[in-house]
Design a protein around this ligand. Structure first.
Ligand code: HEC
Length: 133
C-alpha cells in the first residue's frame, strides 16, 4: 500500500495545515497577522498576559487592554500607550517596561496587535503569521 502517504501529503498540501494538529491544544488560527503585529502578539503574551489576560481580555488584577484601547477608552492614542507601558504605574502594580529593557519598537508592535483587537479586526485566539510571498 503505497497510496496512503501520498494521499496524506496531498491533503496537507491542499488544506495547508496538518489535520492532526487541530486538537484542543492546537486550535486552527483565526486571524493571520503581518510579521510586526504577530511579533507584538508574542511579546504581549510573554510579558503582559499574566496580568492583562490572554489576547488582552483582562483579569481581576489588571484591566482589559482591548477595552482600554477602544475609541473613547482610557488609552485613546498610541502616545498614551507608549507612556504608560514605558514608565509604568509603580504605585498601581503596572511595571515600567523601558526600565526593564523592553525596546520601543516592541512596544509599538504590541500596540499594533492590541489596537487591532480593540478595533475588532482581530479576534481572541491564537493568530497565525503571514509568510512572505
Ligand atoms: C504584574 C502585572 C502586570 C503586568 C505584567 C503588566 N501590567 Fe499593565 N497594568 C497592570 C495594572 C494593575 C494596571 C492598572 C493600573 C491602574 O490601576 O492604573 C495596568 C495598566 C496598564 C495600562 C493602562 C490601562 C488603562 O486603561 O489605563 C496599559 C496600557 C498596560 N497596563 C499595558 C501593559 C503591557 C503592554 C504590558 C506588557 C508589556 C503590561 N501592561 C504588563 C499590571 C500589569
Amino acid at each position: 500500500m503505497k497510496t496512503k502517504p501520498i494521499l496524506l501529503a496531498a491533503a496537507l498540501f491542499l488544506f495547508g495545515v496538518p489535520l492532526a494538529a487541530q486538537d484542543a491544544y492546537h486550535p486552527v488560527a483565526r486571524d493571520t497577522l503581518d510579521e510586526d503585529t504577530y511579533s507584538g502578539w508574542k511579546t504581549y503574551e510573554v510579558n503582559c498576559a499574566r496580568c492583562h489576560g490572554e489576547y488582552g481580555v483582562g483579569t481581576s488584577f489588571a484591566p482589559s487592554l482591548v477595552v482600554s484601547l477602544k475609541e473613547g477608552g482610557t488609552i485613546p492614542t498610541e502616545a498614551d500607550f507608549m507612556t504608560v507601558v514605558c514608565a509604568g504605574r509603580a504605585d498601581k502594580g503596572m511595571p515600567a517596561w523601558c526600565t526593564m529593557g523592553m525596546e520601543i519598537g516592541q512596544i509599538q508592535k504590541m500596540y499594533m496587535y492590541l489596537k487591532s483587537r480593540a478595533d475588532g479586526k482581530v479576534s481572541a485566539g491564537r493568530p497565525a503569521r503571514r509568510t512572505a510571498g
